[in-house]
Design a protein. Structure first.
Length: 280
């Protein structure tokens, strides 16, 4: 028996597979639930506030209005499981909101949003390349002063060291490839805005980098296919394990992969039962 293939690849799936094939399997194939975390939910909140900011007329994208956008985004987030399940007490919630405000304030040190011409916010893109479905959500696609495309990705964690920069840029290079395939134009620039530092990491896609992304995606997909066929996704213990939600299933931490199998099979049976009406 082999494992089902994931339906698509995205930048986060590619980096998950590269970091730890077993964690990738638990997330992308078994679909094990992952409890929310404060950093991830704070990231969601800040992205939502920036999305609102860029829906305003350029002249209205001020720091003051960004705090109103944040308030509105908080209001929406309060009923979401990602926030409710954090079960923050009053002090923790105050700290959570204060940190989000600081990130919004630091964003303004990176660029002037009144001078940005967005043409897509939280833009969902999908293509098929070499038989693989590639999907991504671009935080912001804009036009620069020359009318060229620019891909921007906001990050709310800390900026990487020099050695990890290229690895992090791989995600935006993936988005650049999606744009090139869909719009027939290669973006002139891709950038990661690390709000916490605040620092921008910028790169210019080239023929060479684009070919490199295509080669990497083909190699990752071939490795995923092989691993599914052989049911062979291996753990790769590293410092990332500290944040991994799957330790109970991971043999490196005394967990059992069979529990993930059982979860996936139950989920699939429930999905099929919901689709096929009972004849009885
Ligand atoms: S705990 Fe570590 S080794 Fe195990 S699945 Fe998670 S990231 Fe991989």
């Amino acid at each position: 028996m082999s494992l089902p293939l994931p339906v698509s690849l995205s930048p986060s799936k590619v980096s998950s597979f590269t970091d730890c094939a077993l964690a990738f399997r638990f997330s992308a194939i078994d679909h094990l639930p992952e409890p929310p975390s404060v950093p991830a939910t704070r990231g969601t909140l800040v992205h939502a506030a920036l999305e609102r900011l860029f829906c305003l007329d350029p002249a209205d994208r001020t720091h003051e209005r960004s705090l109103v956008c944040l308030e509105e985004a908080v209001h929406e987030l309060r009923t979401e499981a990602d926030f409710v399940d954090l079960a923050l007490d009053d002090d923790a919630e105050r700290a959570f909101l204060a940190d989000a405000e600081v990130l919004m304030e630091k964003y303004f040190r990176l660029e002037d949003p009144t001078a940005i011409t967005p043409i897509g916010i939280e833009l969902k893109l999908e293509i098929e390349l070499g038989g693989v479905k590639l999907r991504g959500i671009i935080d912001r696609l804009e036009l620069d002063a020359d009318g060229d495309l620019v891909v921007t990705d906001y990050k709310t964690g800390r900026a990487p060291g020099e050695r990890q920069e290229q690895q992090r840029l791989a995600g935006v290079a993936f988005y650049s490839l999606l744009c090139e395939q869909l719009f027939g134009r290669r973006p002139a620039k891709v950038q990661l805005l690390y709000l916490a530092d605040p620092v921008a990491i910028i790169s210019t896609p080239t023929d060479r980098s684009t070919k490199g992304v295509e080669r990497k995606l083909a190699a990752v997909w071939a490795a995923v296919e092989r691993a599914c066929e052989r049911e062979d996704f291996r753990p790769n213990p590293s410092k990332l394990c500290d944040w991994c939600a799957f330790k109970a299933y991971c043999p490196s931490f005394g967990g059992q992969v069979a529990l993930a199998d059982a979860y996936r099979i139950d989920r699939e049976q429930a999905r099929q039962a919901a689709q096929v009406p009972s004849l009885v």
